[in-house]
Each structure stands twice: as C-alpha cells, then as structure tokens.
Design a protein around this ligand. Structure first.
Ligand code: UDP
Length: 386
C-alpha cells in the first residue's frame, strides 16, 4: 500500500496493533480491513478464532506474516503486557455487550467491562502506548425526552434526544435494572482512561458504537451458538426468519435505534488508527443518524428484505408481542432512543456513514441466508424426525 497518506497528507507508516477481542464481530471486520487494505501488523488476541479463521489459514495467504493469533484470556494471562509492549497501538474490543447477559450474568458483565479492562489501560499508560478503547452508546443511558409527558411537543425537539459526546448527560435507571450496571461499568472505564490521559499523558481514543450490525454478528441459536442463547436483535430476527417463525417484539417493539452497517463503522475506526493526531484525546460517537427505526419497523423491513433475498413468501403472522420479563427475565430495562450527534467525528476525521438501512439489511440477510439456511433446514428436520 505504498504511497498511502493520512488526512494531513503525511505518509502512513506501517504499525503493529495489539487487538484484544480480535475474534469477535467487530474485531473480525477490522482484521479483514487491515489485512486487505493496509500494511499494518495485527497481534490478534482472543479466546476464540472462528470468525477470523479465514484470515489465519492457510499460511500462503498474502498477509500471513502480518497477522498472528494469540489464544489468551486477558483475565489471567501474563503474556498480555508483553504483547502490548510489542505493539505501537492497542485496541480493546473485549467485553460482554449483549443485553440478555446484563440481568442474567451481571457480575461477568461488570467484570468484563471494567475490571478486566483495567490492566490493559495500565499497561498502555505505563509503557507509553496508544489505546483505542471500545465503549458504548449506552453510557448516555436514557434520553432527557424520555422523562417528558408522552404528549409533550418537546419530545420532537432534537435538543431532548440527540446524544452529544461533550454535552449530553448520562442518565441511568435504578440498580435493579442491570442494563445500567453495564452502562455504569463502561462509563467508569471511560472516566479512568480520560483521567490517565489527564494525569499521566495516556494517548487514547474512545469509540461509542451505536448499534453496528452486519455479517458475523453474534450467533444463530442452535447452529453456531447455544440453542437457549439470546443474541442481539439482528441475530434474533434472522434466526426467526430462517426458521419461518414470528419475530418477537419485546414490549411492543416501540424502542428506537439507529443502525449502522459494520463496514461503514470500520472505515471510521481505520481513520482513527491512521490519524492519531486527530483522534487522540477524543471520544467519538460512531453511528448512522439517518437509519432510525422502531424495533417494530426493523422487524417489518427485515421480513420484506428476507423474502426478497430468500425467494420465500413471508409467514401469515410475521410478528408477535412478548413482554420483556418473559423474553429477558426479571431486571431488564430498555434504552428508549439513540441518535448520535456526528459533529465531532465529522470535524476531526471528515467521516460520514453511507449505507441505508435497506441496503445494509439486504447484504446482511443475503449473508445470513447463504450461511445458515441449509444448516437450519437440517437441524429442523432432525428435530421433527425425533
Ligand atoms: N428486541 C426485540 N426482539 C428480539 C430481540 C431484541 O424486540 O428478539 C429488542 C430489545 O428489547 C431492544 C432492541 O430490540 O429494544 C435492541 O436490542 P439489542 O439486543 O440488539 O441491543 P440494544 O440495542 O438494546 O443494546
């Protein structure tokens, strides 16, 4: 990739990146991008490698000498500091970030999002290494608008719901609603990283993803994950569509989300990697404010898109309502609305999301159909035979 320059026209030097959580959904797309389009090296750290095995084998691949997999659990492995020291930049993606876990595995959630991230921050700070830490849009919590009367015209005013990195408050629910324990753990690690920057000069960038979705996200229950497992909404709805069962709308499907295509979001991360002078010391929302829907609208759109890509007509009752208690158990709470403000990332990195919701669903559901339809058919015929 000779001749590649950064946003200020300076040549980009190849660097070594220690990527913790490289085997997950985001990590797999980031590794792919780095191998296909850059000359950077990746020390890929994870406990699983299934989602990146196409990048690791065979040894004849073009980039074989630029990616190394280290099967390490960062909770208890002394090799971590050595890898961070060998790298120029560390990217930490490792964390539990699935709502079904927040109220069923609250301790694991808090540990993975706060305690386990502490040594990573410490090693970066002590060794003078740059850190890109993955946080969440959940740190904003509920919108101010959620507290206005249902019929208040102010609910329509963006000032009451658009989420801005430098001015929006972070509003969490009660302790027994454990989504906010996740949000709180993420917020505290952000504050700690910020403080390391302020007191000890740590060079950091914090990323707040807003519902990044695409191929390889989570798992399809009973196929490449536990049959009783509950992944995030894209995989839940994909699973329902593949099995020709109704999509389950939790508490009426009224919550709103903005979905961004993983490939658009990865472009933003690459800009952060290659433009440290513009990214250091910043917290960036990364989302697509143009792709807002209610969960009910998402279900309707996914049903239509899936019909198109699979060639199968949709079932007679495409959605059913379920209560959150039934679906997630006691202690679940939801975020009402999440619209990212894009001013800071736009100013610093000139980045904007591109892909519409329809287009990103079309490519993602084409992948889901191609990857899982046959396996689901076989699994379902086995169950019927038994
Ligand atoms: N949801 C739903 N049906 C499902 C899975 C999720 O209605 O089968 C809803 C969930 O209650 C939430 C939204 O979809 O309102 C997004 O959930 P997700 O797990 O993707 O993560 P979140 O955006 O809440 O972090």
């Amino acid at each position: 990739m000779a001749g590649k320059v950064d946003l200020d026209g300076n040549a980009i030097k190849p660097i070594t990146i220690c990527m913790i959580g490289a085997g997950g959904f985001i990590g797999s797309h980031l590794c792919e991008k780095l191998m296909h389009e850059t000359s950077h090296k990746v020390l890929a750290v994870d406990v699983y490698s299934d989602k990146i095995k196409h990048l690791l084998e065979p040894a004849t691949l073009d980039w074989a000498d630029r990616i190394q997999f280290h099967r390490i659990n960062i909770k208890n492995d002394s090799r971590l500091e050595g890898l961070i020291k060998m790298a120029d930049l560390t990217i930490n993606l490792a964390a539990i970030c699935t709502p079904a876990d927040y109220n069923t595995r609250p301790l694991d959630t808090i540990y993975s999002n706060f305690i386990d991230a502490l040594p990573v921050v410490k090693y970066c700070s002590e060794n003078g290494k740059r850190l890109i830490h993955f946080s969440t849009c959940e740190v904003y919590g509920k919108t101010i608008g959620a507290f206005l009367p249902k019929d208040s015209p102010l609910r329509k005013d963006p000032a009451y719901y658009v989420l801005k990195e430098d001015t929006s408050p972070c509003i969490f629910g009660s302790i027994e609603k454990q989504r906010w324990s996740y949000a709180c753990a993420k917020q505290l690690i952000e504050r700690l990283i910020y403080a390391e920057g302020a007191e000890n000069g740590l060079e950091f960038t914090i990323v707040r993803p807003f519902n990044w979705i695409g191929p390889r996200m989570d798992f399809i229950p009973g196929i490449d994950g536990p049959s009783e497992g509950v992944p995030r909404v894209l995989a839940c709805f994909s699973n329902n569509l593949l099995r020709r069962e109704p999509l389950k709308l939790v508490d009426g499907g009224e919550s709103q989300r903005t979905f961004i295509y993983i490939k658009d979001a990865i472009e933003a991360v690459l800009l952060m990697i290659e433009n440290p002078a513009r990214a250091n010391g910043h917290i960036f929302n990364v989302g697509n404010p143009n792709n807002e829907v209610t969960v009910r609208q998402l279900a309707e759109m996914m049903t239509q898109v899936y019909s198109k890509v699979s060639g199968e007509s949709s079932i007679e009752t495409p959605t059913i309502d379920v209560s959150s208690k039934e679906f997630y158990g006691e202690g679940y709470d939801d975020s009402d609305k999440r619209i990212p403000d894009m001013t800071i990332i736009n100013k610093q990195l000139g980045w904007n999301p591109k892909t519409s919701l329809w287009d990103l669903l079309e490519s993602t559901l084409t992948y889901q159909h191609r990857t899982y339809a046959e396996a689901i058919k076989q699994a379902m015929s086995k169950t019927t035979a038994n």
